[in-house]
Design a protein around this ligand. Structure first.
Ligand SMILES: *[C@@H]1O[C@H](CO)[C@@H](O)[C@H](O)[C@H]1NC(C)=O
Ligand SMILES: *[C@@H]1O[C@H](CO)[C@@H](O)[C@H](O)[C@H]1NC(C)=O
Ligand SMILES: *[C@@H]1O[C@H](CO)[C@@H](O)[C@H](O)[C@H]1NC(C)=O
Ligand SMILES: *[C@@H]1O[C@H](CO)[C@@H](O)[C@H](O)[C@H]1NC(C)=O
Length: 283
């Protein structure tokens, strides 16, 4: 349908035809509950509802970059938009278009829903740092860990870490405490290791978390796993009290069983000998 605005009459006709076309296909449902979920710059857009006889197409609008389409004519309700959010300091919005495949060559804009704004640099969540190794020697606890990687690569193909993107805006915090106690202490570093002074005779537990200094929200990243040192080469420290309790319970059960069995056997023997004597007594 060609709608060159040649004359007023032609325009009117076009408008009329357009309205007819629109009336021909009932309005499609638009996406609701649109959410961004983003960890270490891997970003997935999700929405509802599941489409029945139509499709979705996602358009990412930046402030300065051109609009980019992703997940064209998808029947899913999620879309990985990581690769179109490369300018991580830019603020993006997503339009989720509801389309039927036959409508694609139509002039009319399909109905769409608009997401909230999203700025990867300010909003992606920092993932767990991975602890590589740790030692407690004398009164020094040393911990070495890795920066989480992002899906973005350098020109040479190697993955950029979150540190490559956040640079001095990134700190790591260590939380540590004496095993079995609750008093937590913390330390901060801009490198990939911690070295702290501790009581050489005590075991310590700890975890690490990234922090983005410029942020007011989502400052703290996900917590690493909790690890504990074991300096006391005492079996109880290594295996914990639970193992001892289990062993004790099993031992008690075995002893009890032995006693019960011997009592039963004893009684049977007595009963047997009593029965053998019975005829004599009975007469
Ligand atoms: C949107 O989210 C709300 C609250 O979580 C839920 O009650 C509603 O069913 C969702 N809408 C759709 C279409 O699933
Ligand atoms: C961690 O491992 C590296 C290489 O395997 C080693 O050089 C370093 O000393 C270790 N650090 C600690 C704290 O054990
Ligand atoms: C790729 O380039 C980055 C930055 O230029 C550098 O830090 C990294 O070591 C390089 N990786 C390889 C495998 O050459
Ligand atoms: C992102 O965070 C920086 C630092 O807090 C702030 O200056 C900037 O306005 C934020 N951008 C958006 C889009 O919120």
């Amino acid at each position: 349908m060609l709608c060159a605005p040649a004359a007023g009459r032609a325009l009117l006709l076009c408008a009329l035809l357009g309205r007819l076309a629109a009336a021909g296909s009932p309005e499609l449902p638009t996406a609701v509950n649109i959410t961004w979920s983003s960890i270490n710059f891997k970003t997935i857009l999700r929405w509802q509802p599941k489409p029945s006889d139509y499709f979705y197409t996602v358009e990412i609008h930046g402030q300065t970059s051109d609009t980019q389409k992703k997940c064209i004519l998808t029947a899913e309700t999620e879309c990985d938009v990581t690769d179109v959010l490369r300018n991580v300091k830019e603020t993006y919005t997503a339009h989720i278009l509801s389309v039927t495949s036959s409508r694609m060559d139509n002039f009319e804009e399909p109905p769409f829903a608009v997401s909230e704004k999203f700025t990867p640099y300010n909003q992606t969540i920092l993932g767990k740092p991975e602890i590589q190794n740790y030692t407690q020697k004398d009164s020094k606890l040393s911990i070495v860990f890795k920066d989480p990687l992002t899906p973005y690569t350098f020109p040479n193909g190697s993955f950029q870490s979150i540190r490559d993107i956040f640079k001095h805006d990134l700190d790591y915090k260590l939380y540590y405490w004496k095993d079995q106690s609750s008093g937590k202490k913390d330390a901060t570093t801009k490198s990939n290791k911690f070295e702290i002074n501790v009581d050489s005779t005590k075991n310590y537990c700890f975890y690490i978390q990234g922090i983005i200094l410029s942020r007011r929200e989502n400052r703290d990243g996900q917590e690493s796993v909790v690890l504990c040192t074991s300096v006391g080469r005492n079996i109880l420290d290594e295996y914990g009290a639970e193992v001892f309790i289990i062993i004790a319970v099993i031992a008690i059960a075995v002893i009890t069983l032995a006693i019960v069995l011997s009592v039963i056997l004893c009684k049977r023997k007595k009963a047997k000998s009593a029965r053998e004597k019975e005829p004599l007594n009975g007469v």
